[in-house]
Design a protein. Sequence first.
Length: 283
Amino acid sequence: MDGDIKISFTSKDEYVCPVCDTSFHREELLTGSGRLIAGAITDELHRLYEPSVKYGVIYPLAYQATVCPNCWFASMDKDFFHIPNQSRDKVQKDRTKRFKNLRLIFPSADFTQPRDLVNGAASLYLVLCCYDYYTKEFSPTIKQGVAALRTGWMLDKLHEQYPGFHYDWLALLFKKKAQFLYNEAIQKEQSGKETLSGIKNFGPDTDKNYSYEGALYLSALLKLKYGPRENSLARAESLQSAKRTIAKMFGLGKSSKSKPGPLLEHARELYDNINKELNETDE
């Protein structure tokens, strides 16, 4: 966008793709002058934004991923130049597969163009895919969980704008994927298979870092909302585990001033909702 209604700019910093050596400049979001009007925060810790009269609707998540416009290698920005050397040939060899898989979901995606909803969602999908190439020191599983959840949110927005194109169905698939990845990441961390120290900002959105406790909360919430339901016994056991996680957060939260208030409020509501499904009470 041009002139006074510009919402992004092209960074002067040159990026050189570590996979294909293509040079490009990253698109960055402008945030001042009333461009972003914060609204409510959802139970998934997703910040909603009100449309601005001057700038319209802006989606900060669309600008988070760094994507090579040539080979479509993508990651969170801080990891882009640190793809393990042993993985680079594999990323290059998988280029055709990346293109094919992305086109099945986002046929119009074009990373030489400004980020809109489609390009933003597609960029996050690529992040989800490309963290398969990172080693455990980068905490790839939790980063994939964040990317999957963000992709689901962007698909929700696409569904609002373009109902009838099954974006709501795709959003649900990605949120179910996020449910698996968040819980896989927590299990790996607790068993020592994969540290979470490789992620500094747990998000899951761009406005606040809810840290490890936010990840624990989301692992429990996503189990309730998107976890498997085919086996009622397995689901009850899974929700009991989620309930215990939330109960531990309560015990810590009552005496700690460092934890964000909205997280505790959502956690209490989640605890009650789990109890309702389990037909349990603490009385």
